[in-house]
Write a protein that binds this ligand. Structure first.
Ligand code: RTP
Ligand code: MG
Length: 139
């Protein structure tokens, strides 16, 4: 069975630190199939739109600044129970609270610079995947 989909970004901190390969390896070793993937850099407008839900939060400006400071790796992933299982794989937002072995525990350096994004619902996975990829880029 094909399963369902989630959307991820390897964030600028993890790309800068050279952790892209190790993170992708952990993702695929955990049973996720890559449906779409690219390296790209978000503009300020892209990040403001992508994170519009957080625009009233005190960390919004910092988040936009961080997410646009260098390239990211964006990907759509497929697995049974993809959204929930991927959130488990990445761990809590704050790496201090993340479980041992999770991607954020291993690679995040702070609550803001936390290495990876994972969609929080099937609906948002669809919206976020469509934000970054055209249909012909999904396989
Ligand atoms: P994400 O959306 O990136 O997968 O992370 P999340 O669901 O675990 O966390 P969320 O509440 O959606 O926050 C989005 C991103 O904003 C940054 N953040 N900074 N300085 C802070 O207190 C703070 N809180 C959140 C993080 O980069 C977080 O992943
Ligand atoms: Mg979130």
């Amino acid at each position: 069975m094909a399963g369902n989909r989630t959307f991820t970004m390897i964030k600028p901190d993890a790309v800068e630190a050279g952790n892209t390969g190790a993170i992708l390896d952990q993702i695929t070793a955990s049973g996720f199939r890559i449906v779409a993937m690219k390296m790209t850099q978000m503009t300020k407008a892209d990040a403001e739109n992508f994170y519009a839900i957080h625009k009233e939060r005190p960390f919004f400006g910092e988040l936009v600044e961080f997410m646009t400071r260098g390239p990211i790796v964006a990907a759509i992933l497929e697995k049974d129970n993809a959204v929930e299982d991927f959130r488990t794989l990445i761990g809590a937002t704050n790496p201090e609270d993340a479980a041992e072995g999770t991607i954020r525990k291993k690679y995040a350096t702070s609550v803001g610079e936390n290495a990876v994004h994972g969609s929080d619902s099937d609906e948002n996975a669809e919206i976020e995947g469509a934000f970054h990829f055209a249909g012909r880029e999904m396989f």
